[in-house]
Design a protein around this ligand. Structure first.
Ligand code: S3P
Length: 452
């Protein structure tokens, strides 16, 4: 997101059946990593299907500032001429990561073990988010940090001249923290180990293996994953085809389940088991959801996901599932509002530190639209179908997933749902409005929507 932007409110209203086959943009996590690993390889990495969103274009700009050549060709493929591990250059200006937590945290890991000085800035949302979770282990590896109280942006780091390997047990289940340490390990002599008691998305590990890095992954007696890299290592450039983002697919899929008469297929969706928690949950809620054309693409399982309108029922979603659907709780809460009975979601503490405090933003959005619910520090309980749904105005707090989730709510509501801003949807899903309108969604740009 730009630092000062004009809000773009939008209103969603009850829609005719949604129908069609669509492809949502490339996976955000894999897109960021493709640009970063391409920069750390020597030679040309070619990426197709890259998510061309605000967040990822911010990472592309950061990689250029660190010395890589990053260009899009006429066919939409991205070419990255990497500088190699150890070869990052000192940028001449601050790196602006906009709204992107993944962009800044992984990049801090990359530069933390290169002897260069880097200043990182971001928008109001990113400047509120905790960076100490990556700066802590990086400090142990020798990175110097100048940050204001609470380790938030803007901040500057000077990478270690002689980085130290560490063994680090993740105190929070975060793929971003794990990945920052693994990227820092690439230029660190000796063996760096990350221990993750609760498995999180494993794209960094899979992609590093694809780039030729010899990772050692074992499981401890207590079930924790132990991931080790012995550095310094060299990365071999790759060709990467980015599959469709399951976190973006979630919006047309939930909309298809909620709007009567709908049938929607989303093609080529990434089905990595560390990302499919929402699909499992929707099935348990009684969703008519089928996966066809399942295959392997670039080492990842992908498939076409079809939903038909379904009468959902409330369930308890186990806390252990949270990492595999962490970005999908806002839209699940919307599905729960239309389900018969109560849906209980537990283990949600990480939602408090996303692009917004998502637990608070979801609860406020539910309240504004007449949905009976209760929220605790790390849980949410939603009672579905207790009365008319909709008619509210939702504050999005610079959070793309809050905006998209409540627009989905409006498509199946008794009266329209207005969101105060949609500009930030471009950080992850720039084609959202066109794609949803193409399926038949009633979305109108109407200032009056704010007082719907
Ligand atoms: C991401 C990890 C998750 C997720 C984010 C993308 C990644 O964040 O919420 O959207 O690409 O590694 P955490 O690592 O903070 O859980």
């Amino acid at each position: 997101m730009s630092h000062a932007h004009t809000p773009e409110p939008l209103r969603a209203a009850a829609s005719a059946p949604l129908r069609g086959r669509v492809r949502v943009p490339g996976d955000k996590s894999i897109s960021h990593r493709s640009l970063m690993l391409g920069t750390l390889a020597v030679g040309e990495t070619i990426v197709t299907g890259l998510l061309e969103s605000g967040d990822v274009l911010g990472t592309a700009a950061a990689m250029r500032a660190l010395g890589a050549r990053v260009e899009r060709d006429a066919d939409g493929a991205w070419h990255i001429q990497g500088v190699g591990v150890g070869g990052l250059l000192e940028p001449t200006a601050p790196l602006d990561f906009g709204n992107a937590g993944t962009g800044v945290r992984l990049c801090l890991g990359m530069v933390g073990t290169h002897p260069i000085a880097v200043t990182a800035i971001g928008d109001a949302s990113l400047s509120r988010r905790p960076m100490g979770r990556v700066l802590g282990p990086l400090r142990e590896m020798g990175t110097q940090v100048i940050a204001r109280d609470g380790d938030r942006l803007p901040l500057s780091v000077r990478g270690a001249t002689r980085p130290l390997p560490i063994e680090y047990r993740l105190p929070v289940p975060s793929a971003q923290v794990k990945s920052a340490i693994l990227l820092a390990a690439l230029n660190t002599p000796g063996t760096t180990t990350v221990i993750e008691p609760i498995a999180t998305r494993d794209h960094t590990e899979r992609m590093l293996e694809g780039f030729g890095v010899d990772l050692k992954i074992t499981i401890d007696d207590d079930g924790a994953r132990r991931i080790s890299i012995t550095g310094p290592v060299e990365l071999t450039p790759q060709r990467i085809a980015v599959p469709a983002d399951p976190s973006s697919a979630a919006f047309p899929l939930v909309a298809g389940l909620l709007v009567p008469g709908s049938e929607v297929t989303v093609e080529d969706v990434l089905l990595n088991p560390t990302r499919t928690g929402l699909l499992d949950t929707l099935r348990e809620m009684g969703a008519d959801l089928t996966i066809t054309n399942e295959r392997l693409s670039g080492g990842e399982r992908v498939g076409d996901v079809t939903v038909r309108h379904s009468r959902l029922k409330g369930i308890t979603v186990p806390a252990a599932r949270a990492p595999s659907m962490i970005d999908e709780y806002p839209v699940l809460a919307v599905a729960a509002a239309f389900a018969e009975g109560e849906t209980v979601m537990e283990g949600l503490e990480e939602l408090r530190v996303k692009e917004s405090d998502r637990l608070a933003a979801v609860a406020a959005g539910l309240a504004a639209n007449g949905v009976v619910h209760e929220a605790g520090p790390d849980w949410l309980r939603v009672r579905g179908r207790t009365g008319a749904i909709g008619g509210g105005a939702v504050a999005t707090h610079l959070d793309h997933r809050i905006a998209m989730s409540f627009l989905v709510m409006g498509l199946a509501s008794d009266s329209p749902v207005a969101v105060d801003d949609t500009a930030m949807i471009a950080t992850s899903f720039p084609s959202f409005l066109t794609l949803m309108s193409g399926l038949g969604a009633t979305l109108t740009r109407d200032e009056a929507g704010l007082s719907a």
